[in-house]
Design a binder for this molecule. Sequence first.
Ligand SMILES: C[S@@+](CC[C@H](N)C(=O)[O-])C[C@H]1O[C@@H](n2cnc3c(N)ncnc32)[C@H](O)[C@@H]1O
Length: 300
Amino acid sequence: MKVAAKVYHLANRALDRVGLTLVSASRDFDCRLTDEESERRVTEGLAKLVNEWLERQTLFEVRAFVTGDDAHRFYRAYLASPFRSRFGGSRFNNLFALYAVAKAYDPEIILDSGTYEGASAWALRSGCPSANLLSFDIDLKRLLQRSEGVTYVERDWAEYIRPGDPLTKKKILAYFDDHVDQARRLLEAGERSVEVAIFDDDFPVTSFAEMAHGGAALPKIEFVLDDDLRSADVLRWTANGRDHEWMVDAAYLDRARAAILDTDRMPQTAFVTGIHQTPYRVVRLRSASPTPAPFPALSE
Ligand SMILES: C[S@@+](CC[C@H](N)C(=O)[O-])C[C@H]1O[C@@H](n2cnc3c(N)ncnc32)[C@H](O)[C@@H]1O
């Protein structure tokens, strides 16, 4: 054991010089509570946090809340799924959030941009099995599992669904997790009458650098909402030894902001699950009609 630890340490010292590290492979919930009662505390806690958010948010009318049993079934299904690896796919907390919003909003059409291994399509499908769900990726080779009732499309969503397409007459929920400029996605969604859109990896100017993808994923929705950013000309950052810059385009940020009717972040559920993730940004688009009020009271 001591020899193995020494070899591991030496290997990491050597690899560190070229910016690499050996870490033991681990998946979400490799370390977890195992008795049924404790498991139920986790899933009841998740349902409570998400339901409280659903009740106070002003973005859409809630058709259904998430029961403790729903959350527990989702948790068990996730443990049995092939989506627990940590290499680039969505992790449990955010998948549960997708499940909850799809269930609560109950759209006719769900658009999932950035299929990767298929985890987000699976979670959205689980939340709203009646929706027509299209999942888009420019490269579908990494898809691990096709979910029943999901249409996988190897194209950019905005090329496939044009403004005025018959699909755009329906009640649409869109999810963007594709490393593409989020202002662009917002404007495209507005032109296609998307009512509610969820954005992954939405970070402010103080913390975006790791998720900038060399600048391709900029601006984030946080940039669109940031008044102070308008007075800067350029953002400069370094990532993995490479320097980058992004020219601030205030007019573009303003155009994107005009597409937002209302916006909120989902709740932080890391304290309940022990899995640390940034909660999603959810946007109600101006293209959509005003939300009916009042919302139904929380029932369970
Ligand atoms: C972070 S992964 C998506 C993870 C997935 N949503 C999940 O829940 O596990 C990002 C994906 O976006 C895809 N992508 C890149 N450009 C795209 C585009 N223009 N349209 C759709 N997908 C794109 C990449 O090929 C990659 O598979």
